[in-house]
Design a protein around this ligand. Sequence first.
Ligand code: ZN
Length: 133
Amino acid sequence: MTENLVTIGRYSTPYEAHMVKSRLESEGIPAFIADEYTIGINWLYSNALGGVKVRVPAPLASEALQILAPEIEPSATYNVEAEACPECGSKNTEDFLDKRNSFLTWMLFGLPLLLPREKRRCKECGHCWRPSK
Ligand SMILES: [Zn+2]
């Protein structure tokens, strides 16, 4: 195999990745799974690695994406519309990244294993929450 492989999807579990792989192969597209082994050992790492990747030969990528189209999550579109604070109802809120988790794992294991989480913070009452997407 000398063709370049491109990543067409990322999945949080090897199971999902294998579902996609067999789906593609049933359509005649060879698919390969990357980073499965590492994640099998500790699925928590999947956050740091960006998930279990499904790869296909570059010339077949667009065909593969069309086959998978209904199953592919919309790529992380940032929700810029102000979300009302669940505590006080104010729309005066802002996004920020909660880096505490990655900082903690960095302290414990020497690696920032968890990616910073997106959160929203209310400027009125200081309440923080995970945005609903
Ligand atoms: Zn509030």
